[in-house]
Design a binder for this molecule. Sequence first.
Ligand SMILES: Cc1cc2nc3c(=O)[nH]c(=O)nc-3n(C[C@H](O)[C@H](O)[C@H](O)COP(=O)(O)OP(=O)(O)OC[C@H]3O[C@@H](n4cnc5c(N)ncnc54)[C@H](O)[C@@H]3O)c2cc1C
Length: 448
Amino acid sequence: MPYDPIFADSPGTGLEHQPSYWLATAGVLPPDDGPAPPALDTEVAVIGGGYTGLSTALHLARRGHRVVVLEANRSGWGCSGRNGGFARMAFGRLSFGDMVSRFGLAGAKVLFAHTRASLDNVRTMIREGGIECDASETGYLKVAPKPGRAAALEAEARLMQRELQYPAEFIDARTLQRDHLGGVHSWGALRIPDAIALHPMKLAAGVLRMARAAGATVHSSSPVIGWRKEGVTHLLSTPQGTVRAAKVVIGTNGYTPPGLHADLRAAMMPILSHIIVTRPMTDADVAGANFVTGDVLTDARKLTFYWRRLPDRRILFGGRGLISDTPGRTASHRQYLYRELISKYPTLDGIEIEHDWHGWVAFTRDFLPRIGQAADDPTVHYAVGYQGSGVSLSLYAGRLIAARIAGDASEPVIEAAGHALRPFPLHRLMRLPQRALFYWYRFLDSRP
Ligand SMILES: Cc1cc2nc3c(=O)[nH]c(=O)nc-3n(C[C@H](O)[C@H](O)[C@H](O)COP(=O)(O)OP(=O)(O)OC[C@H]3O[C@@H](n4cnc5c(N)ncnc54)[C@H](O)[C@@H]3O)c2cc1C
């Protein structure tokens, strides 16, 4: 049976990184502390060695806390080493207009400020760690793939200008095609001038280095396969033995095993996100598609595509829609992504795909990320449910959890991420309605 986090007890043990463009270009990855020893006592155990877990560990270790990361495979093995490398101001997939609808204008402004702080935190971490992750300050373009989608993007730009005095702008189709991006599905765009395009695996490697240099221990090949409490002490079982900890942080996001903790049981819908990367564009390819923008891109669709031009002139193009992780389905989804790329840029027809890979992102029932504490146990913290847009927020969440554990009230609390997770009904049967929902989304996306 192919790996599916809805059912699997663990994402594996000691697995190598999935082959990807990022792995091929990451260079030599830094060492970690190897598998956890048979017996280990610590103050804080962090489960999961992605951005959430590593950032939590870094910010705790800096404050002098004893912290151990337990990662099933190797650090950055999950989404953190596989994503598109778009660091954006994002709270899930909510636009500012969505934030206003859900939290009122005042609440939306607070939340938007958090998303700005999360992106600033990425900048700070890269600077402080001297992380060489090919980061470039850029913008984010949300493109209207059909003429009928442009008005909503224009309204969003106006709303942000008016209520936030933020320099979002609407770019009309002609300007977009002339200055940023050609193709046949470029009917205008919302431009957010704050984003960072980066190499996600190099970023994960940099945060690993920083965490260890600050005093954290990071154990790979150490899945948590059992968890019980003895008095106030958490006993986490790994294949090697037992880790005893006063506090536990869960940073397993889309790879969370169903039995890991009651508060997360059935609370997340893991969804595959799949990326293809072309060969480098020639001058003629660039000219034909006028793909000159360095901005990171998504489009205004239900089943969103995300894409960018990489520093070596390749196109990275990703999207959702793959439901099960079998070789056959993955191969046909790769073809689907290719067809969608070519439908946007017909002049690129024939361009070779040199890499593709995928990973599991986590959606929640209300589409909101969570940075919380277990209902009946304040010694258990978690940050999950980034809805596929977690580069900035996961690193920030780690910083905020560390502050909470350290009792440092100078760091903010994101109230919109604070309420309890609600389980999905019939969670183990969700792949069937998901398939139907994706067909419905494709139908909606096909409309003008
Ligand atoms: C293809 C793809 C493209 C994406 N593109 C973007 C993007 O461009 N911009 C953006 O903002 N976001 C993007 N995302 C989402 C983003 O990468 C994630 O939100 C973010 O990396 C989450 O980090 P994390 O540390 O919480 O989880 P992960 O990085 O997924 O790490 C979770 C870790 O937990 C480990 N684990 C699970 N169970 C256990 C256990 N029992 N014991 C020990 N370890 C365990 C796993 O092995 C895994 O390494 C993308 C995701 C994917 C898959």
